[in-house]
Write a protein that binds this ligand. Structure first.
Ligand code: ADP
Ligand code: MG
Length: 349
């Protein structure tokens, strides 16, 4: 995909619009990373701070795209090639951090979140930006051939920036966590520039800090199949992520095969349409939302507890909503929705 044209057009448009945006103390820009438009809004920043912030974030996002992409040539592809050959390889700090965090989340979620299943994701044809994919699922034998080797992020040994996999079937795919980490790094960079009120929003997956002047930042929670389920007022520094099983999928004449896989079976997960998680960090919210989609309707409360999450919302295939009391307190539904409150007993967030 070509990165630059859309990127620079939106940046130029925004730079032209900055003066107008400034009228009510808001600056905004649309940037681009991992095939998604990222809207960045700042409140109360100076023109100078905003211009610098947008230019630097744009550069950071471009670096992430090049280094962390699962199938476009770049550092992550080199790392995966080295793992397959059993060679040690040098990573960047971001990749090391994502591996460390993934190892913990993989362990706590009992393998439901596992970014080492890149070979399975590729086998299903999900290393593409063009959805839907038309065609039958892969052969069970081919799926089993990968599963039998049990690829896990915990097979990776980290020594400084140097990585080595003890398992040649480990292929990293950060599709379930990189967006979360990207918004964390963006927020951290804005803080370093002295900006205290901002929101970084990648199509409804976001992190915010501070306020929008007199009021809190207010964000929408996406609904499976399009539309909005409700709104949340962000409190201080918080991330909100939704993992959906409805936008990206493979399809044959029989059914749909969504892009989130259960690493233990090698097959797409089915009974959950989307999961929304609120927590303090994007990296955690993003990975956790993916893990909870895999956990499914029966398993999500236990996995939420294991991950110590208490603001969770799950939508099933029929549109029914299950949510924790802590999430219910925060969400203003936009319409009448069938819903059930579920206690998960987590204490941390
Ligand atoms: P969304 O596309 O809605 O942001 P996710 O955050 O759940 O969804 O990310 C889905 C992506 O994560 C997939 O496209 C794939 O790259 C990767 N992935 C799929 N299944 C898993 C899994 N079980 N654990 C970790 N990553 C996964
Ligand atoms: Mg995710």
């Amino acid at each position: 995909m070509s990165l630059l044209p859309r990127f620079s057009v939106s940046a130029v448009v925004c730079l032209i619009l900055l003066a107008a945006c400034h009228r009510d103390q808001e600056h905004s820009a649309e940037l681009f990373v991992f095939g998604t438009i990222v809207e960045v809004k700042l409140w109360g920043a100076s023109d100078e701070q905003a211009n610098r912030a947008f230019a630097e974030l744009q550069q950071m996002f471009q670096g992430m795209h090049q280094n962390w992409h699962a199938w476009e040539p770049g550092r992550l592809v080199e790392i995966n090639n080295a793992f397959a050959d059993g060679r040690p390889v040098e990573a960047d700090r971001g990749i090391v951090e994502m591996i460390r965090r993934s190892q913990l989340i993989e362990q706590k979620s009992d393998g439901r979140f596992n970014p080492a299943i890149g070979a399975l994701i590729r086998l299903w044809g999900f290393h593409t930006s063009d959805y839907p994919i038309i065609g039958p699922p892969p052969d069970s034998a081919e799926i089993d051939e990968i599963l039998i080797h049990n690829p896990s992020s915990r097979d990776i040994r980290i020594d400084g920036l140097q990585l080595r996999s003890e398992n040649p079937f480990v292929q990293l795919d950060f599709g379930g966590i990189a967006k979360g980490y990207a918004v964390d790094l963006a927020i951290r960079h804005l803080q370093d520039l002295g900006i205290t009120n901002a929101i970084v929003n990648a199509g409804g997956d976001l992190r915010a800090m501070g306020r929008h002047g007199e009021r809190p930042w207010r964000v929408a929670v996406r609904k499976p199949g399009g539309g909005i389920l409700g709104a949340v007022e962000v409190r201080g520094d918080e991330a909100l992520f939704t993992s959906g099983n409805y936008e990206r999928f493979r399809q044959d004449e029989l059914k749909r095969y969504p892009h989130i896989l259960d690493p233990r079976s090698g097959w797409p997960v089915e009974d959950v349409a989307s999961v929304t998680v609120i927590t303090t960090e994007g990296i955690e919210a993003d990975a956790a939302a993916t893990a909870l989609v895999v956990a499914g309707l029966a398993g999500w409360p236990a996995v939420a507890r294991a991950l110590d999450l208490n603001k969770v919302l799950v939508v099933d295939e029929s549109g029914k909503v299950y949510l924790t009391p802590e999430m219910e307190q925060r969400l203003q539904f936009s319409g009448d929705v069938e819903r059930e409150i579920v206690e998960v007993g987590a204490t941390r967030f």
